[in-house]
Design a protein around this ligand. Structure first.
Ligand code: BDR
Ligand code: CA
Length: 318
């Protein structure tokens, strides 16, 4: 299958990229970046660091939105720096790839051109705010007729949020963009905190990676242990770190890992529950069910799949 990843490259985004690189059934056509865990430009730098570390510098990385659709600027939250480190990659401070960062390519055009070229073969996995995809829908409305699939890491429908009591970070960061995407008619699957908070990685797995004694294994283990340490401090009951973004990428290939409730969703744009995803009953009563909401996940199968991909990647690279 062909895939585009849309990332705000912090630690779990980096793990999603590593998962995709270690999965031969997925052809990664490009990575587009946005603000979120880090500034968009840092997301580009981080993405390039990972791709070049794993010798896949051939994959295009494009700098997308630097701020939400209806705002002029974006500041990284102090909590994001705590979760993902000062560099967004768990303070691993990998050397920077000096090649020029492409800021001139139009992300909306890249999405549209790739969608029209590959149609049903293409899945776009969004791992950050939905600003880039919303921009493509606004600029090229017929992108919704290309037959592409969208997997969205975002939302907290039946559980509490991680940005506010009811809102998940990726959705909250650009609520208007999320509503543009949800109401566009695009075929979307929503991979929310409802299931991502159940797919946990522990130090057992990272110590296996470390044992490879390769630069690649050490980098992934150091970065992920930093993320696990944050979870240990703030959510000791979880006993591991949540694989939000890798789960979304894996579901593109393995939809059988999840139970899906077909529906239509909208995001509340104001009031005390701003950022909360709820059913769009008006649309549903008109028969619209373009969003597959993931309500359950085969945790063991996913963790096995994820870890197998990482081990494959480490072996290939080592
Ligand atoms: C999502 O927010 C970001 O911090 C993570 O990378 C993930 O995409 C989880 O709410
Ligand atoms: Ca992310």
């Amino acid at each position: 299958m062909k895939m585009i990843l849309d990332v705000d490259t912090g630690i779990d985004d980096a793990l999603a990229i590593a998962y995709v690189l270690g999965t031969p059934q997925i052809e990664l056509l490009g990575v587009i970046c946005s603000y979120g865990n880090v500034q968009a430009r840092q997301a580009v730098v981080n993405t390039r660091k990972i791709l070049s570390l794993f010798r896949r510098g051939d994959i295009p990385v494009i700098c997308g939105a630097g701020h939400p659709l209806s705002k002029e600027r974006f500041e990284v939250r102090p909590l994001s720096m705590k979760v993902h480190g000062m560099d967004g990659l768990g303070n691993t401070f990998l050397p920077v790839d000096e090649e020029e960062i492409k800021t001139d390519m139009d992300v909306a055009k890249f999405l549209y051109d790739t969608a029209t070229r590959y149609g049903e073969e293409l899945t776009i996995v969004t791992e950050g705010p939905l600003t880039n995809l919303a921009a493509a829908v606004k600029k090229y409305p017929d992108i919704v007729n290309c037959g592409i699939k969208i997997i969205i890491m975002g939302g907290a429908v039946c559980v509490e949020g991680n940005m506010t009591h009811c809102a998940e970070t990726n959705i909250y960061q650009d609520i208007k963009a999320a509503n543009i995407v949800f109401s566009s008619g695009l075929h979307c699957t929503l991979v929310g905190l409802d299931i991502t908070l159940r797919t946990l990685l522990t130090r057992n797995e990272t110590s296996e990676w470390r044992k490879t004694k390769t630069a690649w294994g050490k980098f992934l283990a150091d970065m992920t242990d930093y993320y696990i340490a944050f979870h240990e401090e703030v959510h000791p009951e979880m006993n591991g770190c949540a694989l939000h973004d890798p789960l979304a990428a894996a579901i593109a290939l393995r939809p059988e890992f999840v139970t899906i409730f077909p529906c239509c969703l909208k995001v509340l744009e104001e009031g005390p529950n701003e950022g909360r995803c709820v059913l769009d009953l008006v649309a549903m009563n008109q028969g619209t069910k373009n969003i597959g909401l993931c309500v359950d996940v085969s945790v063991e199968k996913f963790i096995l799949e994820f870890n197998a991909a990482i081990k494959r990647l480490l072996k290939i690279s080592g």
